[in-house]
Design a protein around this ligand. Structure first.
Ligand SMILES: Nc1nc2c(ncn2[C@@H]2O[C@H](COP(=O)(O)OP(=O)(O)OP(=O)(O)O)[C@@H](O)[C@H]2O)c(=O)[nH]1
Ligand SMILES: [Mg+2]
Length: 199
């Protein structure tokens, strides 16, 4: 292999971003991924069904190659989540903000992951989407309460996080998601926890 080929391959590798999409079942992970693929890859939008196992998608974006790992969130699948942690650059955690009864469960699952940070890696950036905001009566209040709750956990863990309220069906709130995933957006939602160097 020539030197130029090696350099080219290394460059491509350096520009690979591995994004792991996790959260409880029915939170909207596959819908967010579907939105990203339709908006940035011209893939027609499709009705989603519960993810059994996982799905991998590749999404070229601004010279980066984003590898999206969409993992099923059903409780029977969660014990396998940590099989996917290796080499993750970005954890995209999706919470169904309209499912009040399940928000606690989602936050606990996230907390467990953050408490075992060595598995995920300390350089992994974390983005939380408060999804289904279109189904919430008082979105501002629900979102603020959720941000405070996450802030408590994340201060504990001293981990910076980006957080954004979204509607994955219409795409509202997702406009800056991809710049965020590649680390080029400092204004995506509020950053809680320690100051967040995103690039
Ligand atoms: N109203 C509304 N519905 C949404 C939104 N996002 C997703 N949904 C719906 O929520 C349901 C579940 O969405 P999925 O994307 O399959 O959820 P998931 O997190 O991938 O679920 P698993 O694959 O089982 O882990 C689907 O009926 C979606 O159409 C949203 O922002 N607003
Ligand atoms: Mg899914």
């Amino acid at each position: 292999m020539g030197l130029l080929t090696i350099i080219k391959k290394q460059k491509l590798k350096d520009r690979e971003v591995r994004c792991l999409v996790l959260g409880l079942d029915n939170s909207g992970k596959s819908t967010v991924v579907d939105w990203a693929l339709s908006t940035h890859k011209n893939k027609p939008r499709q009705p989603v069904t519960p993810t059994v196992g996982f799905q991998i998608h590749t999404l070229p974006y601004q010279g980066h190659n984003i590898q999206i790992w969409d993992i099923g969130g059903q409780s029977t699948l969660r014990p396998y989540w940590d099989n996917y942690f290796d080499k993750t650059d970005v954890l995209l955690w999706i919470i169904d903000i309209a499912a009040a009864a399940r928000v606690g469960e989602s936050v606990s699952e996230l907390e467990v992951i953050l408490q075992n940070r060595d598995r995920l890696g300390y350089s992994c950036r974390i983005i939380v989407l408060l999804n289904k905001k279109d189904l919430v009566n008082k979105p501002t209040e629900a979102i603020d309460a959720m941000k405070r709750r996450l802030d408590e956990i994340l201060k504990l863990e001293n981990i910076p996080i980006e957080i954004k309220a979204t509607d994955a069906l219409s795409g509202d709130g997702l406009e800056e998601l991809l710049p965020s995933i590649i680390g080029h957006n400092k204004s995506f939602g509020g950053v809680v926890g320690a100051p967040a160097p995103l690039s």
